[in-house]
Design a protein around this ligand. Structure first.
Ligand SMILES: [Zn+2]
Length: 198
């Protein structure tokens, strides 16, 4: 048995590492959890344990789920000939929140970066090119962030896929340097509907 206060401090320290939580809000969150031990903290601990044991990347698209193939890739309804390319799983989840896209995704896991020595193979770009053939993709929608690296990556992918399918990108509404995850659903919807050819 560790020292009780020390155990709680250790929990606060861990929570404070979460994005969006600093030491102060971590302390408040932990206190709240302890007060709601039965109704919230217990179920949360169980849910975390389950996800920690089972979470994995979809071997097809890179989405995070608890099976080798995610629900979106497993669904025949999503095989509509469209793939939406995003940088991060958070962007995929943001698109799904907006509930405006009916196709499948491809998560790159980052952007090309000469500085950080990130090349096409690191981003599953060869895998994307294969999927376009294997899944009879008609349109690839590039939903990459409007950062310099995001746009460099978009151009690289457009070159790789040139002549194989239609290539579009999200339209205005995505602010410069903006990240999909921070956009409201309406903005994402507008940007997807008004997508333009690359
Ligand atoms: Zn998937």
């Amino acid at each position: 048995m560790g020292d009780a206060t020390q155990d709680i401090e250790a929990l606060i320290d861990l929570m404070a590492r979460l994005p969006g939580l600093g030491p102060r809000s971590a302390r408040r969150a932990v206190l709240h959890l302890i007060k709601k031990r039965g109704r919230l903290m217990g179920p949360l601990a169980t849910a975390m344990q389950t996800v920690a044991e089972n979470a994995r990347e979809c071997t097809q698209c890179g989405n995070i789920g608890t099976a080798d193939i995610c629900d979106i890739c497993a669904s025949e309804k999503r095989a509509n000939g469209e793939i939406c390319v995003v940088e991060d799983v958070a962007d995929l989840w943001a698109m799904e929140r907006a509930a405006v896209f009916g196709g499948r995704y491809h998560v790159l896991g980052g952007t090309l970066s000469a500085l950080d020595a990130v090349g096409p193979e690191d981003l599953r770009i060869p895998h994307l090119v294969r999927r376009v053939g294997d899944e009879q993709i008609r349109e690839v929608i590039l939903a990459l962030n409007a950062t310099v690296d995001g746009q460099t990556t978009a151009h690289y992918i457009a070159d790789e896929l040139a002549g194989r399918c239609e290539i579009t990108s999200l339209a205005q509404g995505v602010p410069i340097g903006g990240e999909l995850d921070y956009l409201d659903d309406g903005t994402i919807t507008a940007a997807l509907r008004a997508r333009k050819g690359v």
